[in-house]
Design a protein. Structure first.
Length: 268
């Protein structure tokens, strides 16, 4: 027997090839199972029927949350309702959905939101991350910047929707996240700072106030003044949950397409 063979006709090169092939096949199965931990099982489009699994389906993935908040398993989150208030533009798979109700309230298109946790986002040391500036104990608006509280809020239709009554800040990033707006009816809602434009705060007007001829107000062109009344409200005063954040962001984001009939029309 030739000394180059380990047994029979199997030598070191053949054994290495067999081991590599077996390892590669096992790796393919492993990676495919890992890629199917979240978002599975799949749903049949239009019916919501769950499609059967396969050998590639992985086990549930569980995440240990910080600050003693337990565990999180994505598959345990309630699935989205497929009975949306909309109809397809034409009879074909993948056809766009046309809202039949109030798209901004119903979460259609750019107003869509996720069913996030109904607990607030927190900092590394366990404090609520986004709070009114008075509750932050450490953040202030620079005296050189406009304070905004008390300023009028003008909506997309040019109508005054209310006034700013508070500023909500991010204690982790040290930036303004929301403006608290008291509407004309007295309801208090949050508006994302990213959709707000501050007018009347030029550097020259701060140095020489008498030169300021521009009125001071906050413009939020995402929605109309009347639509401020339907902004999703907070369940607990002074606390905003992840779920409420997604609802509010989606409402204002959807306004750029659905706030007025003209916005939903094609440009060309």
């Amino acid at each position: 027997m030739n000394d180059s063979y380990i047994f029979g006709t199997i030598d070191v090169a053949a054994l290495a090839l067999i081991l590599f092939t077996g390892f590669f096949i096992a790796l393919v199965f492993y990676l495919n199972r890992e890629s199917r931990r979240e978002g599975y099982p799949l749903e049949e489009e239009g019916s919501g029927k769950l499609l059967p699994g396969s050998l590639f389906d992985g086990e549930k993935k569980t995440f240990q949350l910080p600050n003693g908040r337990g565990t999180y398993t994505p598959e345990d989150v309630a699935r989205d309702d497929i009975n949306v208030p909309a109809v397809q533009a034409f009879r074909a798979a993948g056809a766009p959905w046309v809202p039949t109700g109030d798209a901004m309230k119903d979460g259609m298109g750019p107003a869509a939101f996720a069913n996030r946790s109904k607990s607030p986002d927190i900092t590394f040391d366990g404090r609520p991350r986004i709070v009114p500036i008075g509750n932050s104990h450490e953040l202030i608006v620079s005296p050189q910047d406009p304070q905004l509280i008390g300023w009028s809020v003008v909506a997309a239709d040019g109508v005054t929707a209310g006034k700013v009554t508070d500023i909500w800040v991010d204690q982790a990033e040290h930036i303004i996240r929301y403006l608290e707006v008291e509407t004309n009816s007295g309801k208090k809602v949050l508006a994302p700072m990213m959709v707000a434009v501050v007018h009347g705060n030029s550097l020259l007007s701060m140095v020489l106030p008498t030169t300021n001829t521009e009125p001071q107000y906050v413009e939020i062109d995402a929605i109309t003044a009347a639509q401020f009344e339907d902004v999703p409200a907070l369940e607990t005063a002074g606390i905003i949950s992840r779920y409420e954040e997604d609802r509010i962001q989606a409402y204002f984001g959807g306004g750029y397409m659905y706030a007025t009939p003209e916005r939903a029309e094609a440009w060309l």
